[in-house]
Design a protein around this ligand. Structure first.
Ligand SMILES: Cc1cc2nc3c(=O)[nH]c(=O)nc-3n(C[C@H](O)[C@H](O)[C@H](O)COP(=O)(O)O)c2cc1C
Length: 337
């Protein structure tokens, strides 16, 4: 039976357990640069035993930041401050991943507000509908950022196509009303996503894993549903994406009936129908529930977001609760009960 503490190998990376820290913006960067806070923050979770650490949404262009305090990889100089993070994560035996993002019409950062169509999110400003040159700039920016992520030492890259940011905006008929070959039928709405994945793969070696974060459900009838994502993922060349990180919502403001595991059915469908491993989660904080999800083969890894903010060493507690004798960080061995 699969345990939360069994390793999993994806391409050239072996993740020591199934516990994932999902990307969570800390809004503490300065000019896109990581600070000492980031190094301590991510190193603590690695010491705490998280198997896969996905560093927060990191912008590929200045106007792709959610706020001016987001991390960036839009300049070569950004690489240096991120190297410290990957070094620490590796030193404590975790796998490092970075989420690359363009915030599209949800950006509150300086610069031109851009989106597939001139439709505002909530009460935000109305964005400019992107020209073909704007689209090319974004694709090139993802390629350059992926190259810098490799230089910074990341083992894995995650492409952010969830939560109402640019790639999700192109995918969803709620935000994309274009009439060119980036709008209309799903094959067109998913074109930018494919072009971004291909650009990332131009520079990020095929033997290294790439994850795709998606909002599987828009919670509006006219929006996206898991079936649409299955179709879009199947259009991506085989082997380009190795993990689907399943979240939901964010494209429009709607009330979501959220409870522990509320997104699991989406992850299960995506896994079954694409045959690509998934990371599932959402309000899951119980190690027994998480183990059950793995044992039922509903997902391959589980993410714990707010729990990992609240309690950086939660994997050590989980092991104890599951009666698994995990080696502790040697500095803390005398505190192990
Ligand atoms: C402070 C904070 C920042 C977040 N930033 C990101 C982000 O950068 N990228 C992303 O995909 N999701 C982001 N999320 C969503 C989380 O990755 C996760 O999906 C969400 O917290 C639900 O999981 P949980 O119930 O285990 O916390 C953020 C969540 C929080 C609480």
């Amino acid at each position: 039976m699969i345990s939360l503490f069994d390793p999993i190998t994806i391409k050239d990376q072996t993740i020591k357990n199934r516990i994932v820290m999902p990307p969570m913006c800390m809004y503490s960067a300065e000019g896109g640069y990581a600070t000492d806070f980031h190094v301590i923050h991510y190193a603590s979770r690695a010491i705490g035993g998280v198997g896969l650490i996905i560093v927060e949404a990191t912008a590929v262009l200045p106007n792709g930041r959610i706020t001016n305090q987001d991390l960036g990889l839009y300049e070569d100089e950004h690489v240096k401050s991120l190297k410290w993070i990957t070094k620490q994560i590796r030193q404590y035996d975790s796998v490092s991943c970075i989420q690359l993002n363009h915030a599209g019409r949800k950006s509150k950062a300086d610069g031109k507000l851009m989106a597939p169509s001139a439709i505002a999110f909530g009460t935000n400003d109305v964005p400019v509908a992107m020209s073909i040159d704007d689209i090319k700039e974004v694709i090139n920016a993802f390629r350059s950022a992926a190259h810098r992520a490799l230089e910074a030492g990341f083992d894995m890259i995650e492409i952010h196509a969830a939560h109402g940011y640019l790639l999700h905006e192109f995918m969803s008929p709620l935000a994309n009303k274009r009439t060119d070959h980036y709008g209309g039928i799903l094959e067109n709405r998913s074109r930018l996503l494919r072009e971004v994945v291909e650009a990332v793969r131009d520079v990020f070696p095929m033997d290294k894993p790439v994850s795709l974060r998606i909002s599987a459900e828009d919670y509006v009838k006219e929006g996206l549903h898991p079936t649409d994502w299955v179709e879009a993922i199947k259009l991506i060349p085989h082997g380009y994406v190795d993990l689907i990180h399943v979240s939901s919502g964010g494209i429009v403001l709607v009330d979501i009936d959220a409870y522990p595991g509320y997104q699991l059915s989406f992850a299960k469908k995506i896994k079954r129908e694409t045959r690509i491993p998934t990371i599932a989660g959402g309000l899951i904080e119980d190690p027994f529930m998480a183990s059950g999800v793995l044992q039922e083969n509903e997902a391959d890894l589980i993410y714990f977001g707010r729990l990992s903010l609240r309690e950086p060493y939660f994997p050590l507690r989980f092991a104890k609760q599951l009666r698994i004798d995990l080696p502790w960080p040697k500095q803390y061995e005398r505190s192990k009960k």
